[in-house]
Write a new protein. Structure first.
Length: 494
């Protein structure tokens, strides 16, 4: 053993199995304490105190603590500023090392650098492991040793490199005897920040219960396992069902991936094995998981994308940023039913189907000519599965400002998207009941409903449902003109 005692710091890896840092701590230390911090640096900045993500984390931490206790250990749970609390806790517990898994977001990187420096002054090492992705940082590079900026070559290099070694699980239970049960924290400075014993409620931390349970969205590792088991029964059909929001096609595992209540290695291993047996659905789903690695790859090599376009020349776009139109988009009253249904689903549930994320993002940036950063922030505030790299990558893809992005002249038609992916209006009727009585033909563009149909169905465009905030054809031409004005000639000609 390298260490007499160590501290395992859980973050976006809320599981007691197949956890790289936990495995490293247990195999290199005689005693391992565990901690999770409800980080006030993050939580205090949230203006909406009815946040489903905080409730998801809370429920998952409850389950994590129970799992660790069942193995003879436990979990210190703090409501504090992590960058200060972790060095203080490490010293109070007299550990020699702190273990945790990598986090790639710039704010987290800065926090970890601060923690590592503070620990070093106390003679405590800070050891991190890769756990959130299959390949990170410089593990997949071009032949010239540069980062990839186009997905398909990255995917090909990723697939060429992956092998059983990279997806094998890190065993925890065989080493569980090294887990240490927490004792009350003594000394100055802990006060109400320590939550040993009864876990502090959401309300005491300043948050409220949401509709998470009413949505029947399972939390914790048990919830992740349940969803994954269900998805494996239909994974072979994934390529055929994934684009239709009224069909149960997706895995619904993105929130669990975000907070680590499932193991990315376990998911990739299952998809990879299924693909090797000829499953087209598994192949396509594996590609989606590789996209996740790709966006982390982009963020690591280009942290500037957090604030600006991956393609710097696209920062010259003059966005109209009409606040009234932006509000209509946020509230789901643009007059385009599929866009409005997507936004209302997000607002009501914290979830949005991936196809609809592209439709909604394209509409905001290309039809309304609103800065992609406005939409990115709105999604960041609302999405249960918000992940900086994926959210930023998706928005820059839709706005044509990112790596391997949709060409600026390819603009989604919200009516055609509606007809193609919600042909009978089933999804629209669920979230936009104002147009539910329209025919399958008219529901996609209610303002075009013939007068005879309006009378027959007692529907008046503009009275019962908003008229379109913009004309798509006119908006498309205006957007093309602005992109052509702003961009270098070579980009326009391309």
């Amino acid at each position: 053993m390298l260490h007499t005692s160590a501290l395992m710091w859980f973050r976006r890896d809320l599981r007691s199995f197949d956890n790289a840092a936990l495995h490293a701590a247990l195999t290199q230390s005689e005693r391992v304490h565990c901690v999770f911090v409800f980080d006030r640096e993050i939580l205090d900045a949230l203006t909406d105190k009815a946040d489903r993500r905080v409730e998801f984390i809370w429920e998952s931490v409850v389950e994590l603590r129970a799992a660790l206790e069942a193995m003879g250990g436990g979990l210190h749970v703090l409501h504090d500023t992590a960058r200060d609390a972790i060095p203080r806790l490490a010293q109070a517990l007299d550990v020699e090392a702190v273990f945790t898994n990598h986090d790639y977001e710039p704010q987290a990187v800065a926090r970890d650098a601060h923690v590592a420096a503070a620990l070093k002054t106390k003679g405590i090492t800070f050891e991190t492991r890769k756990d959130h992705v299959i390949f990170e940082k410089d593990e997949v590079l071009t032949g010239a040793g540069k980062f990839f900026s186009v997905f398909t070559p990255y995917k090909n290099a990723w697939l060429k490199r992956v092998e059983a070694f990279y997806v094998k699980p890190y065993p925890i239970e065989p080493h569980a005897a090294h887990l240490s049960a927490p004792s009350p924290l003594a000394g100055e400075g802990w006060g109400e920040g320590a939550m040993d014993g009864a876990l502090r409620s959401l309300e005491i931390m300043g948050f409220q219960r949401t509709n998470l349970k009413a949505l029947n969205f399972p939390t914790g590792t048990s919830g992740g396992e349940k969803l994954f088991t269900e998805f494996l029964e239909r994974i072979d059909r994934y390529s055929d069902t994934r684009n239709f929001p009224s069909i149960k096609g997706p895995s619904y595992l993105s929130t669990h991936l975000r907070f680590g209540t499932v193991s990315i290695r376990g998911l990739v291993a299952a998809a990879w094995q299924r693909w090797q047996k000829g499953s087209r659905g598994a192949e396509v789903w594996l590609s989606e998981l590789i996209w996740r690695d790709f966006y982390v790859h982009i963020l690591h090599h280009n942290p500037r994308v957090v604030d600006g376009a991956f393609k710097p020349e696209y920062n010259a776009i003059r966005w109209s940023n009409d606040p009234e139109r932006f509000a209509a988009w946020c509230e789901g009253r643009t007059g385009y039913p599929l866009v409005d249904a997507a936004m209302r689903q997000l607002n009501q549930t914290g979830y949005m189907h991936n196809r609809l994320r592209m439709v909604a993002a394209s509409f905001l940036t290309k039809d309304l000519l609103v800065d992609w950063r406005w939409g990115e922030k709105y999604f960041a505030d609302k999405l249960n599965d918000f992940d900086l790299s994926a959210n930023n990558g998706g928005w820059q893809w839709a706005a044509s400002t990112g790596c391997d992005a949709q060409p600026y002249f390819r603009i989604f038609n919200p009516i055609t998207q509606s007809q193609n992916f919600d042909e009978k209006g089933a999804f629209i009727r669920k979230y936009v009941p104002e147009v539910a009585k329209l025919s399958n033909k008219d529901i996609h563009a209610p303002w075009l409903t013939p007068p005879v149909e309006q009378r027959a169905r007692d529907f008046v465009p503009g009275r019962d449902y908003p008229l379109p905030v913009v004309d798509h054809a006119e908006a498309r031409l205006a957007t093309l003109a602005e992109f052509k004005r702003a961009l270098p000639k070579r980009d326009v000609e391309a």
